[in-house]
Design a protein around this ligand. Structure first.
Ligand SMILES: [Cu+2]
Length: 276
């Protein structure tokens, strides 16, 4: 019996660790956190919101059942005429207020933590287009587009609807600042494992940040209904070691170097060559 239990828990553990960083079928709850920001969000949800909502739901259910049984018509031929009870009215106003205040403290702390961007090691600019993401590394003068890979072109182990042709690379344990904007309509750059989600608004730059704490591939999606192919503009981030990042950057500087073509417009050099 214990062996069966061990096998089941082992299966559960391996399957959850294998699929940790992308959505899975019938998933309930969050993806595994990969940044301190997301860890705090998960903590707030698991240890503050969930217990409080569960307790309130159970209490209200109890009250409904209690009233249904105690005050049922068959036992109460003459209806009660009670209409006010000052003590209860004060209590049902004060207690919910207190609950909200208790929840507000860690909630605001979390919001301010997300809002204060530490000194960035790397800056990435994400631009939403109908329907793909464009990325720039302004400090490295590189830029590229990131299109979803069609189902028929997927390689083994590449998840459907989440794989892109050009992925973002960031080094592990570094502060990454993301500048987010859009070129046509509203989009939203969202990456659940890092607890990051910001609207991409034409003509305006939003910013957010994350510090990935483990290497791996992390997936996100556009999270603002932006048109017919809204579901087909995924976000793929590879978190790699510093050495691997340096190697990628070297390569990217060849492939994706930007050239100023005047009027403050930058275009990928290789693309200009192709056109000429
Ligand atoms: Cu979009």
């Amino acid at each position: 019996m214990t062996n069966i239990f061990k096998i089941i828990s082992l299966l559960f553990l391996t399957s959850s660790s294998l699929l940790a960083d992308q959505p899975k079928n019938w998933q309930l709850g969050f993806q595994d956190p990969a940044s301190t920001g997301m860890e705090s969000i998960v903590w707030f949800h698991d240890y503050m919101l969930l217990p409080v909502t569960t307790a309130i739901t159970v209490f209200v259910l109890f009250l409904i059942l209690y009233a249904c049984i105690k005050f049922r018509a068959s036992k109460n031929k003459v209806a009660s005429t009670t209409s006010h009870n000052t003590t209860i009215e004060v209590l049902w106003t004060l207690i919910p207020c207190l609950i909200l205040i208790v929840l507000a403290v860690p909630s605001f702390k979390l919001l301010y933590e997300q809002d204060t961007i530490p000194k960035a090691d790397i800056t990435i600019k994400a631009v939403g287009y109908q329907w793909y993401w464009g990325y720039e590394y302004p400090d490295e003068n590189i830029g590229f587009d990131s299109y979803m890979v069609d189902e028929k072109d997927l390689k083994a182990n590449q998840p459907r609807l989440l794989t892109v042709d050009n992925e973002i690379y960031v080094p592990v344990n570094k502060v990454v600042k993301v500048l987010i904007t859009a070129n046509d309509v509203l989009h939203a750059w969202a990456l659940p494992s890092f607890g990051v989600k910001r609207d991409a608004i034409p003509g305006r730059i939003n910013e957010t940040w994350f510090k990935a704490e483990k290497t791996g591939t992390f997936y996100g999606q556009c999270s603002e209904l932006c048109g017919i192919k809204h579901a087909f503009m995924p976000i793929t981030v590879n978190v790699v070691t510093e050495d691997e990042y340096a190697t990628w950057l070297n390569d990217a500087k060849q492939k994706f170097a930007l050239e100023d073509i005047g009027s403050n417009i930058k275009v990928v050099k290789n693309q200009i060559k192709k056109l000429n």
